[in-house]
Design a protein around this ligand. Structure first.
Ligand code: B12
Length: 231
């Protein structure tokens, strides 16, 4: 059955969680490409955010839309996992500590990245949201992770991505972890500037990014930054 993108859009914009959940179930059961449906939902929720930013709607409306998006994602996530598993060739994998940085509670995008990485064979240690920089490093130490993934959705929280890189450098431990960053306002140039190892615009690209790092054969301290490919 063809995915009803217009209905997904309407349910999220209207903040109708029940309908969004039902549409999520439809996608999980019948869609040809679940990730494409998730990308559509992500575009819609960002548009809702733009309208909030422009003062056209109020916070409660953005909250309702986010809840509808979450209800949709709850239904689609198992299918997303199955899809990624099917397309996964054999690859070198590793442990990834992932979280949304301090001061920031946005979790939807981070969760999609975690789901896709996990389905692709990576072991995920999800620290949740509002993660203090040193905690990301301590958890990576504790779990023996190779990669630290940091999500930030607000310009005000982006500096905490930088702080993780700076802390590792100050501790003389920059070679211990690949640090990758992402999230709505985070650009490839910013990611390069703060000294992270890589950036990806979406969850599928995040998997490719980790794959490239794990097969690079070099250490994080000397590896060239991997971000937006030059056109
Ligand atoms: C949904 C949402 C919320 C929900 C969050 C629900 C949840 N559980 O996540 C709620 C309603 C709770 C919320 C709250 C707030 N929000 Co809000 N929110 C959004 C919104 C509309 C969408 C974010 C989203 O889910 N996008 C969809 C996902 C799929 O996309 P994504 O996160 O970018 O992730 C993808 C990629 O970026 C990438 N990626 C993401 N993380 C990572 C990590 C790595 C390592 C990699 C490689 C890749 C990667 O892959 C993902 C999948 O494709 C944005 C608008 C926007 N343009 O982003 C505003 C937005 C981020 N919020 C904003 C604001 C201001 C707030 C509040 C402060 C509002 C308030 N007055 O209370 C609070 C924040 C409180 C806090 N301390 O964090 C502003 C931020 C402005 C700024 N300063 O930069 C935005 C931009 C809206 C706006 N235009 O004003 N918000």
């Amino acid at each position: 059955m063809a995915t009803d993108y217009a209905a997904i859009r309407e349910a999220i914009v209207d903040g109708d969680a029940d309908t969004a959940a039902a549409l999520g179930r439809d996608v999980a059961e019948t869609a040809e490409n679940a990730l494409e449906a998730v990308d559509t939902a992500a575009t819609v929720i960002r548009e809702v955010g733009d309208r909030f930013g422009a003062g056209e709607i109020y916070l409660p409306e953005m909250v309702l839309a986010a809840e509808a998006m979450q209800a949709f994602m709850d239904e689609v996530t198992p299918r997303l996992e199955a899809e990624a598993q099917r397309s996964g060739e054999s690859r070198e994998t590793a442990k990834v500590v992932i979280g949304t940085v301090k001061g920031d509670i946005h979790s939807i995008g981070k969760n999609i990245v975690a789901t896709m990485l996990s389905a692709s064979g990576y072991e995920i240690i999800d620290l949740g949201v509002n993660v203090v920089p040193m905690d990301a490093i301590s958890e990576a130490d504790r779990t023996g992770a190779s990669i630290i993934g940091l999500s930030a959705l607000m310009t005000t929280s982006m500096p905490y991505q930088k702080e993780v890189v700076s802390l590792l450098t100050e501790l003389d431990r920059r070679n211990d972890y690949w640090v990758i960053v992402g999230g709505g306002p985070v650009t490839s140039d910013y990611a390069d500037e703060i000294g992270s190892n890589g950036w990806a615009p979406d969850a599928a690209a995040a998997v490719q990014l980790c794959d490239r790092m794990m097969s690079s054969g070099t250490g994080p301290a000397t590896a060239p930054f991997i971000g937006k490919e030059e056109e």
